[in-house]
Ligand binder design. Sequence first.
Ligand code: GDP
Length: 177
Amino acid sequence: RQRSDDDYDMLLKVVLIGDSGVGKTNCLSRFCRGEFQASSKPTIGVEFATKALTIEGDLIKCQIWDTAGQERYRAITNAYYRGAVGALLVYDVTRASSFESIPRWLNELREHASSDMVVMLVGNKTDLVDQRDVSMQQGQELAQREGLLFIETSALDGSNVEQAFSRVAAEIHGIVR
Ligand code: GDP
């Protein structure tokens, strides 16, 4: 049957968090629009984009929120997390400091987000093979310790970006269904 924009089975709010520059905005634009931006962006205000996914026959509308630079000022507001059922916690595999920030981000999630939120740890920029600073094993171990899903992505070449979002959506769908 024909479906309109407002005709979906489930609306999922998913937030992107992690240090500035790890590739959050590009993961969103890659997933929602198939685009990558090499240059840096003007960042003002929170924005979100949507993308529809079909999971087990249900049309899921994913509403993906981007901090749009708020994290630089440690000023992510409660409104950002409100109603979110999933989070992609992103670090840059070429920048160890962004990986070392993950515990701080997990604290922030525990403070502001719902405790049953599905969280995926995402190591982005795998295309920069020669510059890798955080191994896949380090990411896996941290995820296991903290009870998070885990994936490595490249917003530049697109690898695993769709999988990251659809895995989170499928997990939530399975819980809520
Ligand atoms: P944000 O601050 O976390 O939203 O990060 P951005 O999406 O703005 O990306 C920061 C910088 O990293 C930009 O110059 C992007 O072009 C670059 N970038 C983002 N993702 C990737 C990636 O997967 N591979 C590479 N090589 N660069 C990336």
